[in-house]
Design a protein around this ligand. Structure first.
Ligand code: SF4
Ligand code: SF4
Length: 966
């Protein structure tokens, strides 16, 4: 009920307070009254949850001997309902008096003194009830729990309405809150009555948003008091973190120039939900470490290279020189780096003295002169740009336009290369579009949902809440992953396959689907090509062979095939566990084939959804921030496309060749090809594989300009650093994983002399003589829509508060298209092109010397290279340190216990970090989040790439684990 519209086959007519009301069959009296504009007070009820009718505040008179709880009582034909008789009001007043009797004093109520929206106190005001005139004892003495860094629990203010429990269970699917104690001692309990901060709570704050009293409240962050809403400015915008793109409102204290708190906002995708990053992780923008003035490298800090000991890689913990990680070939053993510096951020005191303050004019003149000189000497191949999927569509569009029209090169890329490039390559080849074929919310219509290679509870938490909720409502969830992530706890079927065996697994499933005759032959005949080749390939993968390669029992593979093949609608969600392999494109080809041979594309509850990582990675790709495509995926090496963009942009000599990708640019810089780079909001030093190689490449550049909000590791190699604006400090549009284009609105002013990114890009363009005159993001948006047919019918004005999905057939009314490819695919012949794939092993397999498989990824609380999240109070407090997760038996064999220092080494480097014994890992595997510079996972990773998507193999390399000296 919470996520579907009320399904009804008919209507009923009844009378409420003398008015004839017609309601859908099955509607409750409360719903019917609300629709008719009649307010019935509630306490335990929230429209987003299934009603329980426990508080009795909403009782109404239906002519029966007892009053009926209107939130649960269904409307009946001809029913006569009274909602506001004196007796009902007396009843509610008495109830309120009883509840208020043991509440904390109003002046101490945490919700009333902060947001001012304590629903119980509002009822007390309505009925003239005060705590003092009840004549009953005050305070239950159940105490407070302040153990969570961002949420305060006051058990005395709890009325046991269960709203928090239902928010946690029914909405977020976290199942943390229950009840403990008896009688007057009864209280909400986290797990087994643990302190909230020590429980399995993931601090999503949904319970706080649901609580109608002061029992659950947000703590102030960075000492910004949470004041009543009437005293704060509300700015409706979108979360800056992941591709789910949750809508939210920031409440801004203008006196202090800071955000006081965030609240989820209704939008057709996220429905008001947030995760810990969205709700509590915004204060990085107010960090005192923000860059506020342009910086130029001092003469004496040349020749170029890393400036801090950590980034040079030559220091151990405590600053003592110990081991170099700079060189070495395969198989070479080397010493370790501990570097467990508290806070784990660039040491400004160590790095900043190498730069001097500059004016914007001086800095931009220098940037333009040096890049132009390098271009003049080396031609287009000497220049490259990395844009950012954190920036807006308008900024991505202008950035690629600058690189293409100013330097006549297609060497422009961004982090999509490290994320879903292989998925996009397979999707383009298979169905002619890199975007999702349906939204994550469409899972509600799926009979079966496969979630694969996706640690979605951590990486796309709000999307995962819809997966979990769909399962509660009957969708069968199949989770396929080498790690038993939390999604496994919510799956009907969990297949823990060996890393790097996805192709074999899906081929075996398809083998069985075909053998059982569960294919959709009509769909195959009408809407696909190359089925015979696929059939021949998967014929070699009977489930027994699948078991041999993947480790998943043949019987379980058969079960997946039966469930998937029999479903009327099936959807596949996947993450970087599929894409970040040297076989990433093959993995995605298999998923496309899985859907296509069962007819599971182009209808509700069916389709293909690569869960996009960054908040605007979909948009940045749509904008052409990739070397092989102009905006809207128009091929860079197509002469017709080139001519069109030359005309649209008034440019000549656009590059007729595809450009280099992120990893190729790093290789080219090492080889002396690319000499000058413009880096906008990217931090490849930590995000790219094989850091030692990246270090050499960045050091080798003749000129590097970094535009960012913090002094990143990459900025240490810069000649010029430009202080950029954070997400909070500008207007712009962002496109989420669903293809939803939303407006991000300015919340705060940029600090110091920091500037909005699109203006900086335009200033450089104009210094190069490009003569741009964009006055606002709106103007850029209008131009970009004119060259992006997929964005047709979107305007800055019609995006409104909730954005719109593209393609959008109706500019006036439509929310856009949920299900794509209902009639044909975007390929030249309109068919899905099935591409068979043979399983290939990973490039670097474990051996005696390096016996473990390393898997890298994100944690719930952190984001990429940590530059934002590690400067967020809440996120850093909850997850402050680097960890290596290992199976209990492996830990025992290695003599490691929770909290011990482990040394993890690969053929490329060594890191030391804390061991976390975890039943979620399989034996022989380990997992390291890549956010922590002091134990940078990418010192270990291999830079082998997928041949089609050019994405690195972040999910598989061989490592050794040892206990380190304490
Ligand atoms: S913060 Fe989220 S996970 Fe924690 S108890 Fe509340 S609803 Fe549950
Ligand atoms: S799920 Fe993603 S978009 Fe939503 S609040 Fe969390 S980080 Fe932000």
């Amino acid at each position: 009920m919470a996520i579907t519209a009320l399904e009804s086959t008919g209507t009923v007519t009844l009378t409420i307070d003398g008015r004839e009301v017609t309601a859908p069959e099955g509607a409750t009296i409360w719903q019917a009254a609300k629709a008719a504009g009649i307010d019935i007070p509630v306490l335990c009820h929230d429209e987003r949850f299934d009603p329980v009718g426990v508080c009795r505040m909403c009782v109404v008179d239906v002519g029966a001997p007892a009053f009926a709880a209107s939130c649960v009582r269904a409307c009946e034909m001809g029913m006569q309902v009274k909602t506001d008789t004196p007796e009902l009001e007396r009843n509610r007043a008495t109830l309120t008096r009883l509840l208020i009797s043991d509440q904390p004093p109003r002046e101490h109520d945490p919700k009333q003194t902060t947001t001012g929206d304590n629903e119980l106190l509002a009822l007390a005001d309505r009925y003239g009830v005060t705590r003092d005139n009840t004549g009953l004892p005050c305070g239950s003495g159940r105490g407070v729990d302040l153990s969570n860094p961002v949420i305060a629990v006051d058990h005395d203010a709890c009325i046991l309405c269960d709203r928090c429990t239902r928010a946690c269970d029914d909405i977020q699917g976290n199942d943390v809150i229950g009840r403990s104690g008896k009688g007057y001692e009864t209280h909400i309990a986290f797990d087994l009555s643990d302190p909230m901060g020590a429980s399995s709570c993931v601090s999503c704050g949904e319970c706080v948003a649901a609580c109608p009293t002061g029992a659950l409240t947000n703590k102030p962050i960075r000492n910004i008091p949470i004041r009543p809403r009437t005293e704060l400015d509300a700015v409706d915008t979108v979360c800056p973190y992941c591709g789910v793109g949750c809508a939210l409102t920031y409440y801004v204290d203008r006196e202090r120039g800071a955000i006081a708190y965030a609240q989820g906002r209704e939008q057709p995708g996220s429905h008001g939900r947030l995760c810990v990053k969205g709700r509590y992780g915004w204060d990085y923008a107010a960090s005192p470490q923000r860059l506020t003035v342009p910086l130029i490298r001092r003469e004496e800090s040349y020749p170029k290279g890393a400036l801090s000991a950590d980034v040079r890689g030559d220091m151990a913990a405590g600053g003592e020189a110990k081991h170099s990680l700079a060189d070495g070939g395969p198989g070479e053993k080397r010493g370790g780096r501990r570097g467990r510096k508290p806070g784990g951020l660039v040491d400004y005191a160590e790095v900043l003295p190498h730069f001097r303050d500059a004016t914007w004019d001086e800095a931009l003149d220098l940037v333009t002169r040096r890049l132009t000189e390098i271009y003049a000497a080396g031609g287009p191949a000497a220049i490259a740009g990395f844009g950012s999927a954190k920036c807006s569509n308008e900024e991505a569009y202008l950035f690629q336009k600058l690189i293409r029209t100013g330097f006549h090169t297609n060497n422009v890329d961004h982090c999509t290369r490290l994320c879903h490039a292989s998925s996009v390559a397979a999707l383009f080849e298979g169905i002619g579009s890199g975007a999702v074929s349906t939204t994550f919310g469409d899972v509600v219509n799926a009979e079966v949902a496969i979630v694969t290679g996706s640690n979605s509870t951590a990486n796309h938490p709000v999307a995962s809440s819809f997966f979990k909720q769909a399962r509660r409502n009957g969708t069968t969830v199949i989770y396929i992953d080498p790690r038993a992530d939390r999604m496994a706890d919510h799956a009907d079927i969990f297949c823990q396959l060996k890393p790097g065996t996805d192709v074999a697994f899906y081929n075996a499933v398809m083998h069985e689907v075909i053998r059982l005759g569960l294919t959709d032959d009509d769909f195959i005949a009408r809407r696909t090509s190359n089925y015979e080749a696929l059939r021949r390939t998967v014929a070699d993968y009977p489930p027994e062979r699948g078991e041999q390669i993947t480790g998943v029992p043949a019987e379980l593979i058969r079960r997946v095939a039966r469930v998937w093949g029999s479903a009327k609608s099936g959807v596949i969600f996947w993450g970087m566990g599929i894409s970040q392999h040297t076989t990433g494109t093959d993995n995605a080809r298999c998923l496309i084939a899985m859907c296509s041979i069962t007819g599971n594309v182009g209808k509700p509850g069916a389709g293909l959804h690569p869960l996009r990582g960054q908040n605007n990675v979909q948009g940045a790709s749509d904008m052409g921030l990739i070397p092989m495509f102009y905006p809207d995926y128009q091929k860079a090496d197509d002469p017709g496309v080139k001519a069109r963009f030359e005309q649209a942009w008034g440019s000549t000599d656009l590059d007729p060749q595809r450009g280099l990708t992120v990893t190729e640019i790093i290789g080219s810089a090492l080889a002396g090809g690319v000499r000058g780079m413009y880096m906008l909001g990217e931090n490849p030093f930590l995000s790219d594989p094989n850091i030692n190689k990246v270090r050499k490449a960045l050091s080798a550049l003749e000129f590097l300009v970094v535009q960012d909000i913090f002094l990143t590791e990459t900025a240490e190699f810069a000649d010029v650093i430009l202080p950029a604006s954070s997400y909070m400090e500008k207007d712009g549009t962002y496109t989420n994983t669903d293809r939803r284009v939303q407006l991000g609105r300015k919340v705060l002013d940029p600090p110091g002399k920091a500037r909005v990114d699109w203006e900086v890009v335009q200033d450089i363009a104009n210094r190069m003589g490009l003569d741009w005159h964009y006055a606002s993001p709106r103007e850029i948006f209008e131009e970009m829509v004119s060259v992006i047919p997929s964005y047709k019918n979107l305007t800055y004005d019609n995006l409104g508060l909730t954005g719109k999905l593209y393609p959008n057939p109706d500019p006036e009314h439509s929310d856009g298209t949920v299900v794509m490819f209902t009639e044909k695919f975007n390929t030249s012949d309109g068919l899905a092109h099935l591409v068979p794939a043979e399983w290939l092993p990973a490039r670097e397999l474990p051996d005696e010397e390096y016996p473990f498989v390393l898997n890298t990824g994100r944690m719930l609380e952190h984001w990429h290279t940590g530059s934002m999240t590690r400067r967020s109070y809440a996120l850093d407090a909850i997850a402050p340190k680097a960890l290596v997760f290992i199976h209990p038996d492996d830990a025992a064999d290695l003599g490691l216990e929770d909290g011990d220092l482990a040394r993890v080494s690969s053929r490329r480097g060594v890191i030391e970090l804390e061991a976390k014994v975890s039943h979620r890992e399989a034996r022989g595997n380990c997992f390291i989040p890549f956010h922590f510079r002091e134990a940078a996972a990418n010192l270990l990773t291999i830079d082998e790439i997928d041949p089609f998507g050019k994405i690195p193999e972040f999910k598989f390399c061989a490592v050794r684990i040892e206990k380190a000296d304490g």
